[in-house]
Design a protein around this ligand. Structure first.
Ligand code: DAT
Ligand code: MG
Length: 151
């Protein structure tokens, strides 16, 4: 269970606004383990696939264009229930509904510029990780803090 993984990305607005460090810090200090990270400007092709479930929505084209407009920081984080807890840490999709203390609650205002992405289920996490990372780009490592984070 502690090996569950999720895909977290800092979107172009989060990068431009200098929030990479703040967002990584929250996952690190929570106790989750970073197992993959790349700073990249994703192709439109990849982004269209990443958001394929939203293809019928009116904001789909604009969403893909915004995601392609600059670099993103794509990451894979590992830990117990990291998919669900990661979403809680991000906050609601619409920052206006996100509580203070969450990333979106603290750092952004509009749904179309909500600075971060997190997988919504273990299934989509596995799909997204495979889409963004080659297996050899993920690092399995033992954290010396592990036995102080898990009993
Ligand atoms: P989440 O990113 O919380 O998983 P989602 O998968 O439903 O949310 O949508 C993906 C992204 O699309 C979301 O982070 C921001 C954008 N989005 C969602 N609903 C939107 C809307 N009504 N108008 C504009 N952008 C929207
Ligand atoms: Mg989503």
């Amino acid at each position: 269970m502690a090996e569950e993984r999720t895909f977290i990305a800092i979107k172009p607005d989060g990068v431009q606004r200098g929030l990479i460090g703040d967002i990584i810090k929250r996952f690190e200090q929570k106790g989750f383990k970073l197992v993959g990270m790349k700073f990249t400007q994703a192709s439109e092709e990849l982004l269209k696939e990443h958001y394929i479930d939203l293809k019928a929505r009116p904001f789909y084209e604009g969403l893909c264009k915004y995601m392609h407009s600059g670099p993103v920081c794509a990451m894979v984080w590992e830990g117990l229930n990291v998919v669900k807890t990661g979403r809680v840490m991000l906050g609601e999709t619409n920052p206006a509904d996100s509580k203070p203390g969450t990333i979106r609650g603290d750092f952004c205002i509009q749904v179309g510029r909500n600075i971060c992405h997190g997988s919504d289920s273990v299934d989509s996490a596995n799909k997204e990780i495979a889409l963004w990372f080659k297996p050899e780009e993920l690092v399995s490592w033992k954290s010396c803090a592990g036995s102080w984070i898990y009993e």
